[in-house]
Design a binder for this molecule. Structure first.
Ligand code: ZN
Length: 328
């Protein structure tokens, strides 16, 4: 079975910050899992933006209603927010910094991948929409950039915010995909107060205003440690009601995938592993579960490669055939 992984990240940290080294690690994983193409998504966050929106006292207020939940007490970041919000915030900012993958690094790696890795830039709240569009143009000249991802959690922006309109107009006319992180995010971003912008509900007005913009709700609105499946129902409704909203399966369970199949149909699901964010597992392990998934082969093929290939080809992106060893 041909496989396109629509949601991976560049393992920059494991490669000491070197994009080419990280590409080598990613291609090795892809080779072992027989994944022939992957969409590598950048992660950018600004401590200044986060500090502007989260103060220690706000953090304390956000965690206090959950103080009697054992899940809160057993979660190091959330417990930390309860007993020492100042320190917890600083620790969290450091944690985020370790996981950043700048768009330029991801595009550099994709450009050197021989067509096997496609890059998705990260939205950045620090620039004006016009500056960001200029940056996207520079990135597109540097390598195979196919889209932009917004993290409503730590970018603190609702995906339907009007300030994003110039970016969406540009993306729609240029055939770039919009990926939006939906659900909660690890650490302090588990707190409902900080993840309410990340419901797929806010993708619906965007999908209506930009009918030619392909929108992917990453994680099907489900990712959450405290409240698993937090916005799953919203994701199903958004994908069912809008031709241009898709769901990616990264960080979800096969049970949820099965439900999504019955509620929105197999044409709307894209396989994603979220590599390297699954501790102790390899890309191959995640994929194996899908290969053994008890659904008809045509459904499996749709999720694992056909939908991705169809979307990419309508956007003018041609994937390299699966044959041959990975090029490093
Ligand atoms: Zn991810």
């Amino acid at each position: 079975m041909r496989v396109v992984d629509f949601h991976v990240h560049l393992p920059l940290r494991d490669a000491g910050g070197d994009p080419r080294g990280a590409l080598g690690l990613l291609l090795r994983e892809m080779g072992e899992a027989s994944v022939y193409a992957a969409v590598a998504i950048a992660i950018e966050a600004s401590p200044a933006v986060i500090r502007r929106h989260v103060s220690p006292s706000k953090l304390k207020r956000a965690v206090e209603p959950l103080a009697y939940d054992w899940k809160t007490l057993s979660h190091p970041s959330l417990y930390g927010a309860l007993v020492n919000p100042e320190r917890s915030l600083e620790d969290h900012l450091r944690l985020i910094e370790r996981h950043l993958a700048p768009s330029e690094a991801v595009v550099e790696a994709a450009a050197a991948s021989g067509g096997r890795v496609l890059a998705v830039a990260s939205y950045c709240r620090l620039s004006t929409p016009e500056e960001y569009v200029e940056r996207l143009e520079r990135l597109r000249r540097a390598g195979p950039l196919i889209g932009v991802k917004i993290y409503p959690t730590f970018h603190f922006i609702r995906p339907d915010h009007e300030s994003l309109e110039p970016i969406y107009d540009y993306m729609e006319s240029e055939g770039l995909v919009l990926i939006v992180h939906t659900g909660c995010d690890p650490g302090l971003w588990e707190l409902p107060a900080f993840c309410t912008y990340a419901t797929p509900r806010y993708l619906e007005p965007v999908a209506r205003r930009h009918r030619d913009l392909v929108i992917v709700a990453a994680h099907m609105g489900s990712y959450s440690y405290l409240f698993p499946g937090i916005y799953f129902a919203d994701a199903l409704r958004a994908a069912r009601g809008h031709d241009n909203i898709y769901l990616d399966t990264s960080a979800t369970t096969l049970h949820q995938v099965k439900l999504a199949l019955s509620k929105v149909g197999h044409e709307k699901l894209l396989y994603g592993s979220d590599y390297p964010y699954f501790s102790g597992l390899h890309m191959k392990d995640i994929l194996e579960a899908y290969l053994e998934f008890r659904v008809p082969e045509r459904v499996k093929a749709a999720i694992l490669h056909e939908n991705a290939e169809r979307i990419l080809s309508t956007l003018g992106v041609r994937l390299k055939p699966a044959e041959g060893p990975p090029e490093v």
